[in-house]
Design a protein around this ligand. Structure first.
Ligand code: 0GY
Length: 316
C-alpha cells in the first residue's frame, strides 16, 4: 500500500554530523522508532498522522554513526497496536534492540509471550490528545496488571498541564513507570515554578518513576544554535533536563527520538542532539548512568556485570 505522508511533515535529517561528544562504550539510545516501511508494515487506520518511512536498517545505521551500542525502539501511534514493524526490527537487531509495545486489553497471553521473546520489555500509554483517542483508565490498568508479572514497565507520554488530572492513575500503576520527554514541560515557565515542581514531586515521592530527558528539539523555544557552536543547542531546555539528571541520576534515560515524528518547523541533526548530552549530564559518572547503567538495568538486566559493549560505540 502506498501512503502519502502528512502535509508539512519534515523528513528526518539526512547526513547527520558526527557528534563531538564521545558516548561512553555501551551507550543506549533509549527512545527511537521505526516507521514501516508502509509497504511492508502498513500504518494503522486510526493513526493521527502518516509519517515518512524510517526503516530498521536506517535506524541501525544511525546507531552506528552516532556511536550507540543499542536501541530501545518505542511503538509509535501511527502503527497503533500493530507491533509487527517493531518486532521485525527487534528480531533483526542481533540482540541489540529491545522494545516498548502498544497492546489492547484483549491481547492474549500467547501474544505477550511472543512479544517478550522478541525483546519487548514495556508497554506505552499515550495521553497526548493530538496523537490518540481516549482509552478508559480501567482498560489501561488491566493491561498494566497483565504485563507486571512479566517484569515489564509502563511508558507514559503526557503534557505537563495534564499531570494533575492523571496523577492518581499514574501513582496507582503497579510497575516501574517511565515518563517520555520529562512530561513535556513548558520551558517558558521557570524551572523553580509550580508546574515543574509538580513533576519533580512526582519523581521524588514515587521511587518507581523514571524520566527520559529527551526531545529538547520538541520542547525548546530558543532552537538550535549554528552547527556545533559553543553555546548549547536548545539551551532553554538545559535547566529542566539537568535538574532531573542531577536530582534522580539513577532513574533517567536518554534517546534521540529518531525519526522525530510530527516536526514541521525544524528537524534536528541527530549528531547535534548527542552534543546536547554533556550540557544536561555534565560529569562522566552522570553520563554513564544516563546512557549505560540505567538503560541496561531496565532493558538488559541479564547482562548486568558482563561486558556491556557488543562492539558498537566509538569506545569499542
Ligand atoms: C515521540 C513524540 C511524538 C509522537 C509519538 O507515538 C507517537 O506518535 O510519540 C510527538 O508527536 O510528540 O516521542 O515520538
Amino acid at each position: 500500500m502506498v501512503f502519502e505522508k502528512t502535509p508539512g511533515w519534515l523528513d528526518w535529517y539526512q547526513g547527520p554530523s558526527r557528534p563531538r561528544f564521545v558516548l561512553p562504550p555501551g551507550s543506549v539510545d533509549a527512545h527511537c522508532h521505526v516507521f514501516g516501511p508502509g509497504e511492508r508494515f502498513p500504518y494503522a487506520p486510526q493513526r493521527k498522522y502518516t509519517p515518512c518511512d524510517a526503516s530498521r536498517e536506517q535506524l541501525f545505521a544511525l546507531r552506528d554513526h552516532l556511536g550507540f551500542a543499542r536501541n530501545v525502539i518505542v511503538q509509535a501511534t501511527c502503527h497503533g497496536a500493530d507491533n509487527r514493524a517493531l518486532v521485525d526490527a527487534l528480531e533483526h537487531s542481533d540482540g541489540r534492540a529491545r522494545g516498548v509495545a502498544t497492546v489492547r486489553r484483549d491481547v492474549s497471553d500467547e501474544d505477550l509471550r511472543a512479544l517478550h521473546a522478541a525483546g519487548v520489555r514495556g508497554v506505552r500509554f499515550n495521553f497526548v490528545r493530538r496523537l490518540v483517542d481516549f482509552t478508559p483508565r480501567d482498560e489501561l490498568m488491566d493491561i498494566a496488571a497483565r504485563i507486571a508479572p512479566l517484569g515489564w514497565h509502563v511508558v507514559i507520554y503526557f503534557e505537563a498541564v495534564d499531570l494533575p488530572e492523571l496523577w492518581d492513575f499514574f501513582t496507582a500503576l503497579p510497575t516501574t513507570v517511565v515518563v517520555d520527554h520529562m512530561g513535556r514541560p513548558d520551558v517558558s515557565k521557570p524551572v523553580d515554578g509550580p508546574e515543574f515542581e509538580l513533576f519533580l514531586r512526582f519523581m521524588r515521592e514515587h521511587a518507581n518513576v523514571w524520566s527520559k530527558v529527551s526531545c529538547p528539539e520538541r520542547l525548546s523555544l530558543s532552537g538550535p544554535p549554528a552547527l556545533h557552536a559553543e553555546q548549547a543547542a536548545y539551551r532553554d531546555v538545559v535547566p529542566f533536563a539537568r535538574r532531573i539528571v542531577e536530582t534522580f541520576p539513577d532513574r533517567v534515560l536518554w534517546g534521540t527520538d529518531w525519526p522525530h515524528p510530527n516536526l514541521k518547523d525544524h528537524m534536528p541533526d541527530d549528531g547535534l542532539l548527542v552534543d546536547f548530552i554533556p550540557h544536561i549530564a555534565p560529569t562522566a559518572q552522570l553520563q554513564r548512568k544516563l546512557l549505560v547503567d540505567n538503560p541496561m538495568r531496565l532493558y538488559w538486566p541479564e547482562l548486568n556485570g558482563t561486558d556491556m559493549n557488543p562492539g558498537g560505540g566509538h569506545g569499542s
